[in-house]
Design a protein around this ligand. Sequence first.
Ligand code: NUP
Length: 215
Amino acid sequence: MEKKNRLILALDVTDRENALRIANEVSDYVDSIKVGYPLVLGEGLSIVKELVEIAPVIADFKVADIPNTDRLICEHVFNAGAAGIITHGFTGRDSLDSCVKVANEFGTDVYVVTEMSHPGGVEFFRPVAEDIASMAVEAGASGVVAPATRPERVKDIRKIIGEELSIISPGVGAQGGSAADVIRAGADWVIVGRSIYNSDSPAEAAKKICDEMNC
Ligand code: NUP
């Protein structure tokens, strides 16, 4: 993903009309649009084909299954035009390898969740986050997902993955994290949803976050 604005829009609206309107409004400020279950279950995977006309799409399906099922999911997502996919890592190396293999065939990116950004994200992830980060490096993933709500954890994870892998970081705004703080801690991109799509002016909200990250 080309690093221009360091901002990824989390487009968790559930209908096509709003999704396309908001995506168009913020397109100058985002490097990518992340879609997940809320929008794809609402409108079908075909929404990805429409959004890629506006910006590269990352599919946040937190893929977490056996290797064969993971492969089938990744093939669907990349055939729809997504440039990247978010997977879990706790399912183990063989499952992650399966996703990375498909991504390599398509020339796309795999981002692995290390520790989630919500309060419950520490309950089970905390003890394994570093191991998942190391596995992401070994498996040849493009990057990891790490919490903007805990910039100190982003720092820890950056130490483990080095400079080659990217960190994409959700939790800014609605979840309490600061874009500038987590970029300073080592994130490459912030992922922002509600603070943008619930705003009266999504473009202004996105611009404000970009301005904050000029740090
Ligand atoms: O740890 C994670 N936290 C998180 O919020 C991993 C994620 N993929 N996300 C996603 O980022 C979440 O599902 C949502 O799509 C987005 C954050 O949205 P918001 O809190 O800015 O509205």
